[in-house]
Design a protein around this ligand. Structure first.
Ligand SMILES: *Cc1c(COP(=O)(O)O)cnc(C)c1O
Length: 354
């Protein structure tokens, strides 16, 4: 029966950090430091939990298909913009691609970056053109713009996963003014830096800004993503979406979390303190990061070797070897709870000078 499956799904999909977890377990760490997925290490905000619990009681009914309460909360939080929602930002990305990409269409991706853009474009029959970032991982805007000629859609991530690089607002503005297609700007980590792209929505009708509740807002398990969209685009997005999309508990959790600005700002300041320490104390070259993780060059080791050694010391991080156009000597380390961060700083010194 397997011959019935489309070719595209016969090759490997999204890479999860499961191997490192097995090594830590075998080395006897029952509670390893989990620094591979850029999650907020704390439980969600109390306000999120309370609203989610209440929503469970109406679980017999289909959710409000317009997602009104969540959209109102987004307007209160961000101001007067148009929003669409999805099952994680991954769900938003998938649905945006569904509205735009026909079989054989070219989609431009600023690389190295988050791998799901490519997986989702190819699943829809599109073809990805990777445009390599410069050696310092900044975006070569001229090259990017050139590649966008004839492309209906392009992806750029800022702060970028896995490098942490923040692209300056004027660079994004230049791209928006120079391309004919739509730019999907992935802002999954925007809360951890001082850059703000939202105002670009006012003057550009070819910008979609993707956001997630999975990182700063601590709702990764709830799967809530959303995007700022131009007004003209909203009805097409909704037509392409499954009829009842986000579940009522997730929507309620996100609505509650948006009410708790203090929860996020406390976490963000903790992250910036630890980020400085990771940059200064890890003993390896670390990229400047605007996110809740850092990318570290562990050469002469490979990323895979470093991940295995760290896992043996009870610290699970992500190897960047699977990211195209990055080389094989990088690891990505999330900022976790203080005990996890201390454990990482100790272990990274140990693998450098065993
Ligand atoms: C985590 C992440 C997402 C997706 O998050 P969801 O959990 O699907 O909302 C999107 N883009 C980047 C760059 C990410 O790191």
């Amino acid at each position: 029966m397997r011959q019935l499956i489309r070719q595209i799904f016969k090759s490997e999909g999204y890479v999860f950090a499961t191997k490192a977890a097995d090594i830590s377990k075998k080395a006897g760490y029952l509670k390893p430091a989990r620094l591979a997925s850029n999650e907020n290490p704390s439980a969600p905000s109390k306000k999120a939990l309370k609203q989610a619990e209440e929503a469970l009681y109406s679980g017999n009914r289909y959710p409000d298909e317009s997602g009104r309460a969540l959209k109102d909360a987004l307007v209160s939080y961000h101001g007067d913009y148009r929003f669409v929602t999805g099952v994680g930002m991954d769900g938003v990305i998938e649905n945006v691609i569904r509205t735009i990409v026909e079989c054989g269409d070219k989609v431009v991706v600023s690389t190295p970056t988050f791998s799901f853009y490519r997986l989702a474009v190819e699943a829809q029959g599109g073809v990805v053109e990777n445009i390599k970032r410069r050696d310092d991982f900044s975006v070569d805007t001229d090259e990017f713009i050139k590649a966008c000629k004839g492309a209906k859609l392009a992806f750029l991530c800022s702060p970028n996963n896995p490098t942490g690089t923040v692209t300056p607002v004027p660079d994004i503005e230049k791209i928006l003014s120079s391309i004919d297609g739509i730019l999907f700007l992935d802002n999954a980590y925007i809360d951890f830096c001082d850059t703000d792209y939202r105002l670009l929505m006012k003057n550009h009708d070819n910008l979609i800004i993707g956001m997630t509740m999975s990182k700063a807002f601590a709702l990764a398990g709830m799967r809530v993503g959303y995007a700022f969209v131009p007004e003209w685009y909203e009805p097409y997005y909704i037509r392409a979406q499954t009829p009842f999309n986000l579940n009522c508990v997730s929507m309620a959790a996100a609505t509650g979390a948006l009410l708790d600005g203090e929860y996020v700002s406390d976490y963000v300041s903790e992250v910036s303190e630890w980020r400085e320490r990771f940059i200064n104390e890890s003993g390896y070259p670390v990229c400047q990061s605007g996110a809740n993780f850092v990318m570290i060059d562990v050469s002469p080791m490979t990323g895979d070797e470093a991940v295995e050694k760290l896992a043996g010391l009870g610290v699970i991080v992500r190897s960047c070897v699977s990211f195209p156009m990055l080389g094989d000597s990088y690891i990505r380390v999330s900022i976790g709870e203080p005990w996890e961060n201390e454990m990482f700083l100790k272990a990274v010194k140990e693998i450098k000078n065993p």
